[in-house]
Design a protein around this ligand. Structure first.
Ligand SMILES: *Cc1c(COP(=O)(O)O)cnc(C)c1O
Length: 515
């Protein structure tokens, strides 16, 4: 078949930006129109009705192309407007459920340049500048956590989930290897590896254990205190009991900032225990790593430099568009089991001739230059500038906690540590009749509070009033459902947070009246 000679607009090359500029302008306008139509933090409505509305507006792609007509020229405009309308907008002060923040405009612009130029970090000849830049950024971030940049190593990841998987993979290979090669031969016969993590550690730890062939039950969960920090005495007991039982502790995961409370495990005590048992220490600082940017909060992470590996997420307290995960190891040589030679990407002769390769640092092959937006952001704001944003979000959380303490209808779980506030609404309406007896009645009051708070959050969503988090405290039994604000928008004012809490209380009262 002869090429048609027709030119397709591309984003790269000398003339690419002109085609792109026009389309970006269009998409930005559509975003404004869609957001205006939404008019709140999330579109009001039940999920099913919204899905029907979205699918209707989506159109059916095969129809228009198979009938031989020209494809839908307005697709970008129409679908961008739909996407904006149907978004939970993290820049809205009433959208405060998850570690889902509003990205900085400069980071989005940098990411657009990355999308357009499309460097891929699996070989130097697809990304000369991006390769050098990621290497430099990893050195800077190693310094931020207190590693020696010349002996550390790391890579950009899709987030904490991938970083935790990598940390635990290296732990498995380093600790169980001992002369053998786990990545080549699999687990040694009879090995009973164990990973220790708190009850409040991220669920990706269990998933990683499953993927690594250890099984989720290889994760021993250690109890936490009220702020969801691991109890180091209970860790010591669990380690001793496992060893007495003939198992091998391969890793301890210290959570430096739990997703719910921001609680930071006692890093020094955990590092001492990990060292005593020759276990790898992985610090999951996916959320709490942002505290390293703030002079005021950084001391909370003292001891993180003792970890063998660290996970950081710049799409959380770093205001980057996802994904902007970072995985770091203290000693570059511990990366050995991931090393990979692919003859078409990093042949040995290229490497000898001075062409660097990042292939052996990642689980992925094709890989975006996610380091670029972080590097641009750091240079634009500086560590101090970003630290001020972290402090602002921390202060917002403190002001929310004060407002909750002052409101009798709300019950604060604990003082904020980073930028989340965990609380619940206390219904005062009579509990619907339950089983007889005081203990059973108590249980039923707790069950009622759980159901009430869960429904309260769904009313807020359904009415498009607010996006508030819903979680459960570790443990078993009723009375554990909590609401949560995750404050990541430094442009939100304390008055707006107070108004959001008022909305929660007002909606709770309405719900009580309707029961
Ligand atoms: C968010 C989070 C993760 C998961 O990170 P992703 O970027 O969503 O993959 C892991 N650990 C903690 C503590 C987190 O808060």
């Amino acid at each position: 078949m002869e090429p048609s000679g027709e030119q397709v607009p591309l984003s790269g090359g000398v003339h690419g930006p002109a085609a792109l500029r026009e389309l970006v302008e269009l998409a930005l306008t559509a975003m404004e129109v869609g957001a205006e139509r939404r008019g709140g933090p999330i579109p009001a409505g039940e999920p099913e009705a919204l899905a029907r509305q979205f699918e209707g507006a989506f159109g059916y792609v095969w129809d228009s192309t198979e009938s031989g007509e020209k494809a839908d020229e307005d697709a970008l405009l129409r679908l961008t407007e739909l996407l904006a309308y149907g978004s939970a907008d993290p820049a809205d002060p009433s959208c405060a459920a998850h570690l889902h923040g509003p990205p900085l405009a400069v980071a989005v612009a940098a990411d657009l340049a990355v999308s357009a130029l499309n460097p891929s970090l699996d070989s130097w000849d697809q990304a000369p500048a991006a390769t050098a830049l990621e290497t430099a950024l990893i050195g800077e971030l190693a310094e931020l956590v207190g590693y020696r940049p010349e002996s550390a190593a790391g890579v950009l990841t899709s987030g904490g989930t991938e970083s935790n998987l990598m940390g635990l993979m290296l732990a498995r290979d380093q600790v169980l290897g001992g002369g053998r090669s786990v990545e080549l031969d699999g687990l040694p016969a009879g090995a009973r590896p164990r990973i220790f993590a708190s009850e409040a550690a991220h669920f990706s730890v269990q998933r990683a254990a499953a993927l690594l062939g250890l099984g989720e039950r290889a994760v021993v969960t250690v109890p936490v205190d009220r702020e969801l920090r691991m109890d180091p005495d209970r860790l010591a007991d669990s380690l001793a009991a496992s060893v007495a039982d003939g198992a091998t502790p391969i890793a301890v995961v210290a959570t430096a900032g739990t997703t719910d409370t921001g609680g930071i495990d006692p890093l020094h005590a955990i590092a001492d225990l990990a060292a005593e048992y020759d276990a790898w220490l992985h610090a999951d600082a996916a959320y709490g790593g942002g505290a390293l940017l703030s002079d005021r909060l950084a001391p909370l992470l003292d001891g993180i430099a003792r970890a063998d590996s660290v996970a950081l997420d710049w799409h959380k307290l770093g205001w980057q568009p996802a994904a902007a995960g970072v995985f770091l190891v203290r000693r570059a040589q511990t990366y050995a089991s991931l090393a990979r030679r692919a003859v078409y990407l990093n042949p040995a002769d290229d490497e000898q001739a001075g062409y660097p390769s990042l292939l052996g640092l990642s689980l992925r092959t094709t890989r975006r230059a996610d380091a670029f937006k972080i590097a641009v952001t750091l240079r634009t704001f500086g560590r101090r500038g970003l630290g001020r944003l972290v402090d602002t979000c921390h202060e917002l959380a403190c002001s929310a906690a004060a407002a909750i303490r002052a409101e009798p209808a709300l019950d604060l779980h604990c003082e904020p540590i980073l930028s989340t506030v965990v609380f619940r609404y206390l219904p005062t309406c009579p509990v619907p009749p339950g089983p007889l007896g005081p203990a059973a009645a108590d249980r039923s009051a707790d069950q009622f509070a759980d159901r009430f708070n869960a429904e309260l959050r769904r009313v807020l969503l359904r009415e498009g009033r607010a996006v508030v988090g819903r979680t459960e405290l570790p443990g078993t039994g009723p009375g554990r459902v909590r609401l949560k604000l995750t404050l990541l928008n430094p442009n939100t004012s304390a008055a707006e947070v107070a108004a959001l809490l008022d909305t929660v209380v007002r909606t709770g009262r309405e719900l009580e009246r309707n029961i």
